[in-house]
Design a protein around this ligand. Structure first.
Ligand SMILES: NC(=O)c1ccc[n+]([C@@H]2O[C@H](COP(=O)([O-])OP(=O)(O)OC[C@H]3O[C@@H](n4cnc5c(N)ncnc54)[C@H](OP(=O)(O)O)[C@@H]3O)[C@@H](O)[C@H]2O)c1
Length: 323
């Protein structure tokens, strides 16, 4: 994670044909003028930060905490609403707990605008390992989308730019590489969220050798352990896990179910922690990116990033239970 803001050279971007759109203010008022005031300094890290496990990104050795966050659904809320105030509390819990990695996408309605406003309001941007996506069908649309992402996220760079569900990969990959060479992103990734996409994802990993791959993996959808995860390990590709709660559906399945007898041995006190610990217990996994818009759930999720991991037998028991 970078500890400082990296500024892009306008000349290098122009040379790459990637001139930035002006960084308009992306506050809660879409009509607000461009921000003149500098972003507030990041608040000091909380005393409990540092307990979260971290993992190294194979292509550089840089480390990230194993618990990150997604924005789909949970961050698609109205600005200037009680939901926004609740997200301000949620994101404070996230960063105070030592987490850094946020995943978003221009496809999640206004989630990137909400995340950009939250990061600016709290002064968290420089502490954030920010991941977003390209999700468009042609080069012109991709360029317009990236310009929009910068405005909405209120930043001129991200840490990770992913090609969403391999969409228009032949066009998106060279564009992402150009952005990486220009310093607009540090890493490039590929994503999918369905088992039916795993074969194509593996083929693209072999063909392009991205820094990151993002894939679905959960106690009731563990197929990635047979497909994407071993290939990531073989090729030295960092892995983000999406849908660790099966988009929240897993909670309905455990509403009347007690935790396994051995939960306390691995420091797990909730099903949320159990589902996340399952994901990070696979040795290929770099971080899991669960979504929540609630501070209490955010605090609970962070607890999954501490204490012992699950043994292979414990992982297998969960898979059998939720098959
Ligand atoms: N193709 C792709 O690239 C792709 C596809 C899917 C997802 N993703 C990324 O991965 C992230 C995670 O995936 P996801 O959001 O689809 O699903 P998820 O993380 O499996 O589940 C999120 C849902 O779980 C609910 N939840 C969280 N904690 C809970 C608890 N303790 N009890 C009950 N409900 C709880 C959340 O609601 P609350 O907000 O109310 O807590 C939210 O609706 C996304 O946000 C996105 O960033 C990427």
């Amino acid at each position: 994670m970078p500890s400082r803001r990296r500024f892009l050279s306008a000349a290098s971007l122009a040379a790459a044909g990637l001139a930035l759109a002006p960084l308009a203010a992306c506050s809660r008022d879409a009509a607000a003028p461009a921000a003149a005031a500098p972003a507030p300094a990041a608040p000091p890290a909380a005393a409990n930060a540092g307990n979260l496990m971290t993992r190294a990104i194979p292509s550089t050795g840089e480390t990230v905490p194993v618990i990150g966050a997604g924005t789909s659904g949970s961050y698609e809320i109205a600005l200037d609403s009680p939901d926004f105030a609740r997200l301000q509390e949620t994101i404070k819990v996230f960063f105070d707990g030592g987490a850094t990695l946020f995943d978003t996408s221009p496809n999640y309605t206004n989630a990137d605008e909400v995340l950009g406003a939250l990061l600016a309001d709290g002064g968290w941007r420089d502490r954030c390992f920010l991941a977003t996506k390209i999700a468009a069908d042609d080069r012109a649309a991709m360029e317009a989308q990236w310009a929009q992402s910068q405005r909405r996220l209120q930043t001129d760079h991200v840490e990770l730019l992913q090609i969403h569900n391999l969409r228009a990969l032949d066009i998106a990959w060279p564009y992402a590489q150009q952005l990486k060479e220009a310093g607009a992103t540090k890493y490039i990734g590929l994503t999918h969220y369905l088992e039916s996409g795993h074969a194509a994802l593996v083929a693209a990993m072999r063909a392009h050798r991205p820094d990151f791959v993002q894939v679905n993996y959960s106690v009731n959808a563990p197929q990635a352990a047979q497909t994407v995860l071993p290939v990531a390990q073989e090729l030295g590709i960092a892995v983000l896990i999406n849908r660790a709660f099966d988009d929240g559906k897993l909670f309905a399945r455990v509403s009347d179910t007690v935790l396994p007898d051995w939960a306390a041995e691995v420091g797990v006190t909730s099903w949320s922690q159990m589902f996340l610990k399952f994901a990070i217990s696979h040795p290929s996994v770099t971080a899991v990116i669960p979504a929540t818009g609630r501070p209490d759930r955010q605090a609970d999720q962070l607890r999954a990033g501490t204490g012992p991991l699950l043994s292979e037998a414990q992982q297998a028991e969960l898979v059998a239970q939720f098959a």
